[in-house]
Ligand binder design. Structure first.
Ligand code: SF4
Length: 189
């Protein structure tokens, strides 16, 4: 962990219905259309499926949030965004690994980062279809609302032109029952 930052961990197991209160695919895709990754990465919309069908085999979800906070006396050699990218990839790697050996589906934080050049731009299939994961926002969930309402993460809205002193990242593990998730939670980190 970089000395200029600290990470605060948040976890919560909820029934899937709790996150579907924050499912607004049309509104969220509207935000995604403003992003340069829209329609350029297989992990990003538009998708040829919806979250209901994608997650229909699962009833419970373990939400995993991380809040990255710059320490007060930080000398700021590393930008918040650089550190944020490191943390979200570490979380993504952990979630992908978990999905390889368990009967779960996972959603990582943000877009896929497995290749430098996503093959979607060339109209070719994904290189790692079994490892590539979507995010909560890419399939239509309001991730900021899930973070604040379900995980209790206070969101920061920095002044225009200023770097945030904290950022959050949220992933999710979907399972058929909460007992499986409770045992994963005991081993998490
Ligand atoms: S694994 Fe590679 S090809 Fe597949 S979505 Fe990710 S970046 Fe694109």
């Amino acid at each position: 962990m970089h000395q200029d930052f600290k990470i605060i961990h948040f976890t919560k197991i909820v029934h899937k219905d709790a996150i579907f209160k924050f499912y607004e695919p049309i509104r969220v895709e509207g935000y995604c259309k403003l992003c340069p990754n829209y329609n350029k990465l297989w992990s990003c919309p538009p998708h040829g499926f919806n979250a209901d069908t994608y997650l229909e085999s699962y009833d419970y979800v373990l939400l995993v949030g991380e809040k990255i906070v710059r320490k007060d006396k930080s000398q700021a050699e590393t930008s918040m965004n650089t550190h944020f990218q490191e943390v979200r990839r570490q979380l993504g790697d952990q979630l992908i690994k978990l999905s390889e050996s368990n009967d779960v589906e996972v959603l990582i934080a943000g877009n896929c980062y497995l290749c430098e050049d996503c093959l979607r731009i060339e109209g070719k299939s994904c290189r790692y279809e079994n490892r590539m994961k979507y995010s909560l926002e890419s399939i239509g969930f309001l991730v900021g609302d899930i973070a604040s309402e379900l995980l209790g993460i206070e969101l920061e809205w920095p002044e225009s032109g200023k770097e945030a002193t904290s950022l959050m990242t949220v992933g999710a593990i979907f399972a058929k029952d909460d007992i499986q998730l409770k045992s994963m939670l005991d081993q998490w980190r």
